[in-house]
Design a protein. Structure first.
Length: 127
């Protein structure tokens, strides 16, 4: 075991008592399961979702930022950059890969049809 403690094994381990992170995970997990599912991996800092390749990640910004604006961030990969004020940051990591970060303050509200549509697009292109 390292000084930082053991790696998380479950979403509850990753987000701790942060109900916002767990609520976001439940919504994303149930939505993706309805589409046919994917592989999920809980890492030290994020939960990754993959079908052939990674397409989405939920992570706790408190692990990286001193004063985050949200308790959880949904990151997803598309082949184009979205022009939306909801996207906190978009980074082109290759000519056909743009990673988008969306802060979630209230997953029940923020994970709406628009955002789940972007997630579905990321899901479909990851196969």
């Amino acid at each position: 075991m390292s000084a930082a403690g053991p790696a998380p094994r479950t979403p509850a381990d990753l987000f701790g008592a942060g109900e916002t992170g767990l609520a976001a995970y439940r919504i994303v997990h149930e939505t993706i399961t309805g589409w046919g599912g994917c592989e999920e991996r809980v890492g030290r800092s994020q939960i990754g979702f993959r079908r052939g390749r990674g397409f989405a990640w939920l992570w706790n910004p408190r692990q990286y930022l001193r004063s985050p604006a949200a308790d959880v961030v949904l990151t997803f990969a598309l082949d184009h950059e979205l022009d939306s004020p909801r996207v906190k940051q978009a980074v082109r990591t290759s000519p056909r890969h743009v990673v988008h970060h969306v802060e979630l303050r209230d997953p029940a509200v923020d994970l709406d049809a628009e955002l789940l549509g972007w997630l579905r697009e990321a899901y479909d292109r990851a196969d």
